[in-house]
Ligand binder design. Structure first.
Ligand code: AMP
Ligand code: MG
Length: 426
């Protein structure tokens, strides 16, 4: 875990986004605890073991086409492209019903897609390139009108997986394809990391919960809902602790309870300069917490450290700041805790179609709309008013436009870094 920043110069220094990401991530280990679940239950979970193939997939050579299987030895050098080749039909191999007889020279068997290619044949000609004659099984023959290449249309045993091969690795988030992949090996259950328990609450005397009446100067607590959504996307067990007033005892109790029950605690509000000092005092009393000023917009204040046995993230109160800091710091950290091996946000380049206003100083996470032109080029534009209390642009946005700290405004046509929101890709 990060040691508390001790020097006062550190306390006043602005840290870069990547510096904070590094400090947070470098100390985080995957939580202990795994569970064995049926593969359907494992969808979206993080694999806690390597999975090794115990037999070849496909298990036997099989046909990639409906047609006729024969030996490549029939493809003698005197056959030209215009030639035809007539073979006697010795029998048939259907999916689930293999052919068990002999196949002599000059013979072929009728074969269907996925059916076993028996010993003695190694090439399949598709049905569309043949003509069948003779009605009785004894008299039936097939004429190949377009001669295939030797070994054509045969899917070899072990094409996909070889016995002993690790085909899914610890730390992989299991996709629908992975469930199919496990099923091809007849695997019914896998070991995944246990669900992370995350407690969260909002702080502020002005905050009311939905259903309550707003008094003068009050607002509804919205951060608990964005946090709920972002945590839900991470498939964690959530403990919603509600709104905690700016009251020393209430805050201390909430922090203690949260730390007792959760692997991670996420709060919003109460960490900016000018907030009641007792939040800081309480946190310092209960844990090892750093209070950072981050050179980012929106965002800036962030408290991070340990509270008892759990990790603590104190996010700023402004609704857009909560979302921006969650995506940059909390999400990668929680993914790491879950044991996931890919955790940082994806960044792509896009061309701006509008002037993006910015002053040099802090890294901007502007709310943007990422689009694709007819030619496939990614373009991005401003999603609306860029203020940390304005949810309108955040709601319109499908990405953050990341503009480096030193940079000024970005002219039309320049390339910028863009972080697509996860939903856009899934
Ligand atoms: P703070 O970080 O507590 O100083 O809050 C900064 C701004 O965010 C203030 O305008 C607060 O009213 C607002 N804010 C704090 N928490 C919430 C919340 N849970 N929902 C909506 N707005 C909030
Ligand atoms: Mg507050």
């Amino acid at each position: 875990m990060s040691q508390k920043d001790s020097t006062s110069s550190n306390a006043n220094r602005f840290l870069s986004v990547s510096e904070v990401q590094k400090r947070i991530i470098s100390d985080i280990k995957a939580i202990d605890g795994t569970e064995q679940v049926a593969i359907r239950e494992a969808l979206g979970r993080i694999l806690a073991q390597d999975i090794v193939a115990t037999f070849d997939t496909p298990p036997c050579d099989n046909s990639g086409m409906d047609g006729y299987a024969f030996s490549s030895k029939e493809l003698t050098s005197d056959l030209s492209e215009e030639s035809t080749l007539t073979l006697k039909i010795a029998g048939q191999s259907f999916a689930g019903h293999p052919y068990n007889g002999e196949i002599a020279a000059g013979e072929a068997i009728r074969i269907m897609t996925g059916a076993q290619v028996p010993d003695g044949v190694d090439t399949v000609v598709m049905q569309e390139h043949t003509e069948k004659s003779g009605d009785t099984p004894e008299a039936a023959s097939v004429t190949i009108t377009t001669i295939p290449k030797a070994f054509a249309n045969v899917r070899k045993a072990g094409d996909d997986l070889k016995t002993g091969q690790t085909f899914l690795s610890e730390g992989k988030k299991l996709s629908p394809t992975d469930l199919a992949f496990l099923a091809t090996q007849g695997i019914a259950e896998v070991r995944v990391s246990r669900k992370l328990r995350v407690a969260f609450f909002s702080t502020g005397d002005e905050l009311r919960s939905i259903g309550e009446t707003l008094g003068e100067g009050d607002i509804y607590d919205s951060n608990r809902y964005s946090l709920y959504g972002m945590l839900q996307n991470l498939d964690v067990e959530m403990i919603d602790m509600g709104v905690i007033p700016d009251d020393r005892q209430a805050i201390e109790e909430a922090f203690k309870t949260a730390a007792d029950i959760a692997d991670a605690v996420v709060t919003s509000g109460g960490v900016s300069v000018g907030e009641a000092d007792f939040v800081k005092e309480t946190l310092e009393k209960l844990g090892q917490i750093n209070f950072w000023k981050i050179s980012m917009k929106p965002g800036k204040p962030l408290a991070f450290g340990t509270l008892g046995n759990s990790l603590f993230f104190g996010l700023p109160g402004n609704p857009v700041s909560v979302i921006a800091t969650f995506y940059q710091f909390v999400q990668p950290a929680l993914k790491r805790m879950k044991g996931q091996n890919i955790f940082l946000p994806l960044v792509v380049k896009a061309k701006t179609t509008e002037l993006l206003k910015k002053r040099p100083g802090r890294t901007d996470f502007q709310r943007g709309i990422l689009e694709q032109s007819d030619s496939g080029e990614l373009t991005v534009r401003n999603a609306g008013i860029q203020a940390s209390h304005v949810l309108t642009a955040m709601s319109q946005a499908n990405c953050f436009i990341v503009i480096p700290a030193q940079s000024g405004s970005i002219e039309i046509g320049e390339m910028v870094d863009v972080q697509p929101f996860e939903g856009l890709l899934s």
